[in-house]
Design a protein around this ligand. Structure first.
Ligand code: CP
Ligand code: NVA
Length: 308
């Protein structure tokens, strides 16, 4: 079964092929209305389940639109709509869904739910974000970087803030696409050692630098994300804000990177917290290109999963 569960689980050559395919499909529909079908209809007759245990704007809309552009159909299910883990095992849910749909995309609270679903499903499963990783986002981010600046290999990426799920997928991408990554943030919010070890095992440099201004020297890309993720307890909010304030991406921090450095944020953002509006709307920012490329990257991911 060809699942898309995490960037380190898919061969680097396949990831490259997916990005190339995404760029090709994006170019092929330039200037068309969003709802117009693609010339190719590789998902004709296919039914895709989109399951959300937590809220989403980009993932929900981009997957739904992408399936429609490729001629398929979707059903969007919330955690409340189905019995996922409440009264019915995830394994049984996986086997049942596999009798109805051709592909499952799921956003879960716990990674274990995704892994169990994939283990028992007879159809491909795509990770639409868990508490630990966000591979669709970061594949779209690599595509976005390369659209603006060419190959990401050998570049220096700086992650400033919480070493969360998106940061973890950036570490997987560092190993797979061959770029260096420096994490700058508080010690208690560093990414798990396993993610760092993966990147290092592929021969790229992973740095940990407590001082954000030192960290960004020579950076080609600065990335940040919300200080409190959806799976974090709200009780941690105040402490996290206090810890993370020095890691805000503002114009002063951006000025310490290379002059042509890019700024990314997966969104949704809390403006004036993890990043200022001056940076988000400034000349370095490619945040809305990232959002658009979710659509194109995920279309290519779905085709890859289905072999169409
Ligand atoms: N970046 C991202 O996954 O956004 P949503 O939570 O809106 O899907
Ligand atoms: N780190 C964020 C990403 C949202 C797309 C979260 O998990 O809430």
């Amino acid at each position: 079964m060809t699942h898309f569960l995490d960037l380190h689980k898919t061969d680097a050559g396949e990831l490259r092929r997916i990005i190339t395919d995404a760029a090709r499909m994006k170019a092929a529909r330039l200037g068309r209305p969003r709802g117009a079908p693609d010339d190719e209809q590789p998902l004709d007759g296919q039914m895709v389940a989109l399951i959300f245990e937590k809220p989403s704007t980009r993932t929900r809309v981009s997957f739904d639109l992408g399936v429609r552009q490729m001629g398929g159909q979707t059903m969007v299910l919330s955690g409340r709509d189905i019995q996922l883990g409440h009264g019915e095992t995830i394994a049984d849910t996986a086997r049942v869904l596999s009798r109805y749909v051709d592909l499952i995309m799921i956003r879960t609270f716990e990674e274990q739910t995704l892994l169990e679903l994939a283990e028992y499903a007879d159809v491909p499963v795509i990770n639409g974000l868990t508490d630990r990783t966000h591979p669709c986002q970061v594949l779209a981010d690599v595509m976005t970087y390369e659209e603006h600046r060419g190959s990401i290999a050998g570049r220096k990426v700086v992650w400033s803030g919480d070493g969360n799920n998106v940061c973890a997928s950036f570490l997987h991408a560092a190993g797979q696409f061959g770029f260096d990554l420096t994490f700058t943030g508080p010690e208690t919010l560093e990414p798990e050692a396993g993610f760092i070890d993966f990147a290092r095992s592929r021969g790229v440099r992973v740095g940990i630098e407590r001082d954000p201004h030192k960290a960004v020297a020579g950076a080609d890309l600065i990335v940040t994300d919300t200080w409190v993720s959806m799976h974090d307890p709200q009780s941690a909010r105040e402490r996290r804000h206090n810890q993370l304030r020095p890691y805000q991406v503002n114009e002063r921090l951006m000025a310490g990177a290379k002059p042509d450095a890019l700024f990314m944020h997966c969104l949704p953002a809390h403006r004036e917290e993890e990043a200022t509006s001056a940076v988000m709307d400034g000349r370095h920012s490619v945040i809305f290109d990232e959002a658009e490329n979710r659509l194109h990257a995920q279309k290519a991911i779905m085709r890859w999963c289905l072999g169409t």
